[in-house]
Every structure is written in C-alpha cells, then in structure tokens.
Design a protein around this ligand. Sequence first.
Ligand SMILES: *[C@@H]1O[C@H](CO)[C@@H](O)[C@H](O)[C@H]1NC(C)=O
Ligand SMILES: *[C@@H]1O[C@H](CO)[C@@H](O)[C@H](O)[C@H]1NC(C)=O
Ligand SMILES: *[C@@H]1O[C@H](CO)[C@@H](O)[C@H](O)[C@H]1NC(C)=O
Ligand SMILES: *[C@@H]1O[C@H](CO)[C@@H](O)[C@H](O)[C@H]1NC(C)=O
Ligand SMILES: *[C@@H]1O[C@H](CO)[C@@H](O)[C@H](O)[C@H]1NC(C)=O
Ligand SMILES: *[C@@H]1O[C@H](CO)[C@@H](O)[C@H](O)[C@H]1NC(C)=O
Length: 621
Amino acid sequence: MACRKDTLLLVALLSFVTFYVRAKVDIDMDDTVSVYRGDPAELHCRYSFSEEPSMMMVQWFVKYPNGSRERISYRDLTIERVDEGTDYTDRITVAGDSNSETLTVLTVKLSDEREFFCQVNGMAAGNGERKTHLAVFDPPEAPVIEGVHSGISVSSHLLSKIASCEARKGYPRPNITWYRDETPLIPINGEINVVTLVTREASGFYTVQSELQYKITKEDKDALFSCKVSYFVPGDVRTSASQDINITVHYPTTNVELWRELPKGLVKEGDTVEIRCQGDGNPPPPYTFNREQQPEIELDSTNGQLVLHEVTRRDSGVYQCRTLDLDTEEDVVGNMHLTVHYLDPAVVVPKDSEVMSKGESLTATCNALSSLNTSTVWFKDDREIGRGHMLFLEDATFDTAGEYVCEVSVPTLAGFQSTGSVHIIVQGVPKIKDAENVDMEERAGKWVNLSCEARGYPRPIIAWSIYGTQSWREVLNRVTEDSVQSLVTLKVTSDITAICNATNDMGVETKTHSIKSMSMVTPAAKFQAEGSGIIIVIIIICILLLAILGSVLYFLYKKGKLPCGRSGKQEIINVYSTAEKPNKEDIVVEMKAEKTEEAVLLKGVNGDKKPMNDQYIDLRK
Ligand SMILES: *[C@@H]1O[C@H](CO)[C@@H](O)[C@H](O)[C@H]1NC(C)=O
Ligand SMILES: *[C@@H]1O[C@H](CO)[C@@H](O)[C@H](O)[C@H]1NC(C)=O
Ligand SMILES: *[C@@H]1O[C@H](CO)[C@@H](O)[C@H](O)[C@H]1NC(C)=O
Ligand SMILES: *[C@@H]1O[C@H](CO)[C@@H](O)[C@H](O)[C@H]1NC(C)=O
Ligand SMILES: *[C@@H]1O[C@H](CO)[C@@H](O)[C@H](O)[C@H]1NC(C)=O
Ligand SMILES: *[C@@H]1O[C@H](CO)[C@@H](O)[C@H](O)[C@H]1NC(C)=O
C-alpha cells in the first residue's frame, strides 16, 4: 500500500511538471492483438519523447469487467518488476529498452480477452497512455447434426422440427447456419424458422445449439439437410460443415397406379395373373382391390398385390385398387383393364365320324371360338394335309378314309391351341390289293403261301375256294378297320386253282391264283453228272436180270413147260412183277439214303406206271 501511495504521489508530481514544461511522449500500440487460446501473446508498447526525460517509468494495467483497473507490472530506470498478487503475477514477463516495452502473456486464457494499458511517464519530458485489446480465439468442435427420426407429414399446418445442430466449445461465439441441398436457409416467416440457444460455460466457452423448423413439402423427401458452423479465427472466418441428413417425409396418396406384373404379354385362360398397385403416397397406405362392377366385394390381396389363379374369360374386366386419403377422407382409385383370352375346343363338322361312298366329295369344317385370330391346320396320320378351317375331300377312295385332326392355334399366343377330329369312312366294294390274277409254277410237293388282302367298307370277308389239293389251311387272318388280309399255305400236289373271294354288303371281288405243278425232270442233268456209279450198278443189275431171265427161259424150255399162248406171256409178266418187287424195294431204300430224287428216277427207269407222288409219299412213310 505504501508503495502505491508513493507511486500516486509521483504521478501527480510528474503531471504537474509536464503541464508546465509542455514536453510530450508519443506512444504506439496495436489496437488489437489476436491469439489462439493457449498460445503466448506479445503486446508491444513503443514510445518516444520529444525531450530526453531525466527519469522515466513504464507501467502495464488491465481493466476488469467490473470496471476496476489494476497494475500488473512496473519499470523505471533502476527496477523492473511484475506486481505480486494479481491475476497475471505468474503468467507475464516484461522486457524493455529506452523506447519500447513488450508484455508477454505466456499462455493466454479465454479470460485474458480484455484491454491492456501501457502508461509511460517521463516527468517533465511528458507522459501518456495507450491500450491494446487482446482478442482470444478457440475454434468450436465440429458441428453435430441430428435429424428427427419420425416421419414428418406435409399436411401439418405448423412448422415442423427437422433437425438440430450443435457446435460445442467455441470462442468467440460461433454462428450456425442451415442448408438444404447446399442452399442456405434464410428464416422466412411461416416457412423457415431457426431457434438458437447459446450457452456460455463457466470456462468461458460458447456452445451454440440451433433447431431448424421448416414447412415441409413433398419435394423435401429427397433433400439433404446440413448445418454449418462459422467461427472467427485470428484474421479470418472459418466454417465447418456437418454431415448431410435426409428426412422421412409423409405425404398423402393422390394417385394410385395399377399394372399387371405377370404374365408378360397377352393373358390366356388358365394363367396366373399378378396385379400390383402402387400409390404416390408415403408411407404406402393399405390398398384394397375390387372389380369395377362389384365395388363392394373386396378381393384378397397382400401388400398391394392381387393374384388371380387360373383365370377364365369371366375374369376379364376392370380392376380397381383404392386407398383412403387421410387428409381429404376421399378414396383414391386406380383402374386397370384385364383381358383374358380364350380358345374353345375345336368343333369339327361332320361330327365324330362320317361315311362316304367311293367317289363322293365332302367338305369338313373346323372352328374354335376364340377372342383372338386363329389359324387352323389339318393333319392326317401326323402329316399336315391342309390349312384353313375348311377341308375339301374330293373323289373319295379307300385312302381317303381315316382320322382327320384339325389343330386350331393362336399365332399371337404361343402354346394356346385346341384340336378336334373327324373319322372318315369310305364305303365301297371290296378292293383286293394286287387284284390281277396270278399264274405261277411250283414244284410238286412244295408248300406255297398265298396272300389275299382286301380293303372295303364294311370290312370284307375273305373266303378261299381251293381246287386241286386238300392240304391247305389259313395261317393268318389279319383285320384292320377297313381291310383284311388272309394268308393260306398249301401243298402243291397237282395243278391248283385258289380263288380268293372278298365280299361285303357292297359287292365282291375275286382274285385267282393258278399254280401249275411241275414234274420233277429237271434233276436229270444232275443225275448224269453224279450218277455214273449208279449207272454201272444198274447195268450190272440188268445183266444179272437178263441172265436170270435167260436161265429161267432156258430151264422152262428144257422141261417143255413153256407155253406158246397169251396166258404164257401173262405169266411171265406176273413173275417179273412178283420177283422184282422186293429187289426194287431194297434198291430204293438204299438209294433213298443218298438222294430222294434219284430214287424217284430209278422207279421211272424201272417202268413203274404208278403216280409218282403216291410212290414218293409211300417211300417216305
Ligand atoms: C474487480 O475484479 C477483480 C478481479 O476479478 C478483483 O480483484 C477486484 O477486487 C474487483 N474490484 C472491485 C472493486 O470489486
Ligand atoms: C454471427 O452472426 C452475427 C450476427 O449476424 C454476425 O455479426 C457475426 O459476424 C457472425 N459471426 C460469424 C463468425 O460469422
Ligand atoms: C437417407 O439416405 C440413406 C443413405 O443415402 C438411405 O439409405 C435412406 O433410405 C434415406 N432415407 C430417407 C428417408 O430418404
Ligand atoms: C384378325 O384378322 C383379320 C383379318 O385377317 C384382321 O383384319 C385383323 O386385324 C386381325 N386381328 C388381329 C387382332 O390380329
Ligand atoms: C408261309 O407263311 C408262314 C406263316 O406266315 C411262314 O412261317 C412260312 O415261312 C411261309 N412260307 C413261305 C414259303 O413263304
Ligand atoms: C364269293 O362269295 C360269295 C358270297 O359268299 C358268293 O356269292 C360268290 O358266289 C362267291 N364267288 C366265288 C367266285 O366263289
């Protein structure tokens, strides 16, 4: 306190002296010094006297918010000291020479933002005081934005809170501005409002909270909102932006659309049809489906999807999807027309089956009722025979008979077809296949097959009349609807006539097979080639026979028993016959083992006049 009194006294004295001397001092200081919190701040005080002072004193003062001034340092020509017991005692240094002095605040605190006074006293040489404002800066943390999570309805008549934004711990006070898709949102009465809450913490920092209130429209559903915080730094203004957020906008449905999802293309009976309904509202409201002619009947659907299974033409018509607009309390309706195409079974005229006479003509028609243009193709035996819904059958033959299938299809709708058929019967006199009479030659004893095949309607019956052999039988009788085939096998014993008689109600046709039996002469050549041995045997036998005959004749002649009439001749023949029979048998059996034909030939040589065939069969027995 004593020190202070001394100082005040000194100041008063100096002022008094200065007043009379009119000498003066010029002091130069920065108006403002800007530093970040925590950095050191240097405050310079430069002075110059018009007259060299005999003594001099430099003091630094601060001014508190409560208005009181306090000295924080003192220097004269002899001493230099920081005042004890002030807020700055441990945080400042002062250094000076004859015309300047620098006060250094080592680590600047937010509370250091104030005015610092530099007072220079030179007694008679003059005195003065200047000040510097120390500005302190500390950027806020990055802004944090938080959108509202619930959907916001456009039908609200008040402003709705969209989002809040917070910038914490800044100094000096930062500002928050709002953006929608990079466009700043300036508060407009009734449309945009920004509510700002600034909090000054005990530490001196500012925290700014801002809330955006906004009149939402449907267009905002895709908009991005953000906030930016702007803050001062030494010599500049900086900004820092928040993330973008989107918001859920609820808006009523004003329009619903209905479309067919499945199947693509045309719809035919039997298809499964999937109809979808979508409105332009958010969130999607519940939809109901109905048919236009039955508005009161609600169709079963899930999530705006209506599925119609196995549709028929009765399902054709207008389908509606509706939802309630909660604002206007009115139904919003969408329409869609569904066409189910159909193709009825093909109807063929004449129906089922039709009997034609040979040579007749007939026109068959095939029609299938359809909602689309159709094309008709006729088939017989899987072969295409005509196109168009009429089929002309002219000059019918048995080949005309058969199953006629018409296939009606829809070219514009693949896989959509129906078929019908008619059975054509051609009535007529039996017609034998290869009807010309047959002449043939066959070796005797051979089995021969004769075939007779006849067509006709009603189906003919085949009867055989076979002359010349008893050995025959029918081995096959195959019938189809309009044909019959008969096969007989017969043994050629002599010339044969086989007549095939095909008969039906309309008439009869016959075919004659004439078989000429061939005698077995042909093997003679063979005999000459192979049979020289046999000839020798035969010659020997003949010689033997002649020798025996000569002996007998001679014996009879000697005994005088040889008669000279007819009866004697007859006897000779009888003897010959009876004597030779067993021999002949023996030879034949022997021959047979070698070759049947040769045995037969031998009998011929022997002059046997019996029918060859009979003998042949006997031998075989
Ligand atoms: C003014 O404030 C300072 C620092 O806060 C304090 O030291 C001083 O006593 C106060 N003066 C008055 C008159 O209240
Ligand atoms: C904050 O807003 C106020 C008032 O509009 C303005 O004076 C000040 O310069 C702004 N501060 C920043 C850092 O933009
Ligand atoms: C918001 O954006 C995210 C990511 O882009 C997206 O997944 C989400 O659906 C959007 N929400 C709304 C309500 O638009
Ligand atoms: C059906 O055929 C008629 C005549 O050939 C033609 O005029 C019409 O355009 C066709 N209709 C369709 C749907 O193809
Ligand atoms: C005659 O027909 C029968 C039965 O079809 C067959 O077994 C036989 O071999 C045929 N004979 C001739 C000579 O064609
Ligand atoms: C064929 O058969 C029919 C009926 O059975 C008979 O009237 C006709 O005389 C027969 N014709 C011949 C050549 O056998």
